[in-house]
Design a protein around this ligand. Sequence first.
Ligand SMILES: Nc1ncnc2c1ncn2[C@@H]1O[C@H](COP(=O)(O)OP(=O)(O)OP(=O)(O)O)[C@@H](O)[C@H]1O
Ligand SMILES: O=P(O)(O)OC[C@@]1(O)O[C@H](CO)[C@@H](O)[C@@H]1O
Length: 320
Amino acid sequence: MIITLTPNPSVDRTVAFDELHRGAVNRATSSRIDPGGKGVNVSRALTAQGASTIAVLPEGGPEGHLMADLLDDAGVVRRGVPIRGSVRLNITAVEPDGTTTKLNEPGPTLDEGEVRALLDAVATCVRSAPDPQQVWVVTCGSLPPGAPVDLHARLVRSAREAGALVAVDSSGDPLRPAVAECPDLIKPNRVELAELVGADLTTLGAVIDAASDLVAQGVGRVAVSLGRDGAVLVDDSGATHARATIGRPRSTVGAGDCMLAGLVHDLSSGRPAADALRTGVLWGAAAVTLPGSRVPAPDDLAGIAVELTTTPDRSLAVRD
Ligand SMILES: Nc1ncnc2c1ncn2[C@@H]1O[C@H](COP(=O)(O)OP(=O)(O)OP(=O)(O)O)[C@@H](O)[C@H]1O
Ligand SMILES: O=P(O)(O)OC[C@@]1(O)O[C@H](CO)[C@@H](O)[C@@H]1O
């Protein structure tokens, strides 16, 4: 069982343009809408693959109702925590050459009672699971205004107390206190890891060294997503690198979330870490072949080959 927390979910509207012009009226060629926010996407990807998950999220306002309907349509089990504000709506503009422009709203202001209700909802889900020791909690994304910067860190503590293993996917200031709580897994991308450790990470070797330092400080595992260069997983037994080649990329929005979903899916089933990385990279690459933030179904994984090595090329220049 995998429980996700998304403190700042979003209804994601993806709008396609032949060419986007700043400061002009732009007429779209098509549009789609998906329930989103990083933890919500993790739960959507798990649901699409038939895995057991509950998405915990704040629910309020017209967008909150829309979010609930979209999640119900996708068959995603959810625990909505009522809030006074309204869930945000994020816009993604896509152009035929693959250029993606994201416009993310700040989200509703949460008060301390609402924050506590979110953390309690997660702990209740963990305690109600048949075997809380087998539960992973995944807490993801930006924090809405009013939420304390240590919200992810508090979640690591409270989910642990309830008996679960915990993964964190966030960035910037909210990531730091969460890392200090030594979660079982973190999933930064290369830029987020570079910001966390305060260094330029331009080769795979530099990424591995930075991740190894975090493991030495007590983080269980560090999975770094590297865009088209795949991902590297570092733990106290070493580093494993995996990547997949796909045809034409369509949208990278949510690919990191699908990667994390595949990784935690296999770890929670007791699979070896290298297999879990392979699954994560496969789900991430499959997501990139799909429009908007659509998540892959089992058929979408067919025909994508993943290369995996336990002796990564440390000199590889990493770009994304
Ligand atoms: N062009 C690509 N070709 C093949 N696989 C890709 C490509 N881009 C992304 N991926 C896959 O998707 C995963 C996640 O991508 P990326 O590193 O861009 O995530 P991210 O920056 O965390 O994304 P986000 O936070 O926007 O969801 C990668 O680890 C890789 O497996
Ligand atoms: O503003 P945040 O919380 O950093 O990111 C939110 C978001 O951009 O992330 C997801 C893709 O990873 C989207 O569904 C959503 O719009």
